[in-house]
Design a protein around this ligand. Structure first.
Ligand SMILES: [Zn+2]
Length: 222
């Protein structure tokens, strides 16, 4: 079976890409440029796809930044603020981003005859995004399959893993160094190298990644 991985170039989706390569006959990646201010994410995704020998499809949906508020699209204030349209969510939330990614990937999967979508959604250590939850993933896939008369699967290998366990999975799949050195998750787009990867070290994404990495190292040494 062929799998299409929704691939941002971050820690989670990079790990998923390697995970999928070991489990599917053929793997392709789809990467969305949605107007995120940090194009470093796209450059790093290209490096990782090349290193893993995966065919990557870059899709420009940059119109989307004009439709929603998020600090990730250069709008909506500072990284630690509340979201301007929903005080319960962080300013980094991009409304319906995962819905849009899954919708477009589900369409393209039909075109390239992929029977599975793989996504790095995770509800364990998540940043407070409701569209990373398992019930959301199941509901949207069900709706899309109904609407296209398809039976495409949506596989989310990281859904119940902590960040430390995701580092462990990267090691198991043989891509720990690649994930640490090349994947990019920092909300501020900092390329600064650290033992736990590239990033500013203090935005919410960096804090989560740093904490997970040191937990992983501690558990390994225990
Ligand atoms: Zn950062």
């Amino acid at each position: 079976m062929k799998a299409l991985v929704i691939f941002s170039g971050g820690q989670d989706s990079s790990t998923c890409l390697a995970w999928a390569q070991r489990r599917y006959d053929e793997v392709e990646a789809i990467t969305f440029f949605y107007g995120q201010t940090h194009e470093i994410e796209i450059r790093q995704s290209e490096k990782i796809a090349t290193a893993l020998g995966v065919k990557q499809h870059l899709v420009d949906i940059s119109f989307y930044k004009n439709m929603v508020h998020s600090v990730l699209t250069g709008d909506a204030g500072k990284i630690d603020d509340q979201h301007p349209d929903n005080a319960h969510l962080p300013a980094s939330f991009v409304p319906n981003r995962n819905a849009l990614f899954i919708l477009l990937a589900h369409s393209f999967a039909q075109t390239i005859k992929a029977g599975a979508l793989v996504a790095g959604l995770c509800q364990t250590d998540y940043s407070g995004y409701p569209d990373c939850r398992e019930n959301f993933a199941k509901e949207i896939l069900h709706a899309l399959n109904l609407g296209s008369d398809q039976a495409i699967e949506l596989i989310t290998p990281l859904m119940h893993l902590t960040k430390a366990e995701t580092f462990q999975l990267a090691e198991t799949e043989g891509v720990l160094d690649l994930v640490v050195q090349e994947s990019h998750t920092c909300y501020l787009g900092s390329p600064r190298p650290n033992p736990w990867g590239r990033g500013c070290g203090h935005c919410p994404a960096c804090l989560l990644r740093k904490k997970g990495y040191f937990e992983f190292i501690t558990q390994k040494g225990a």
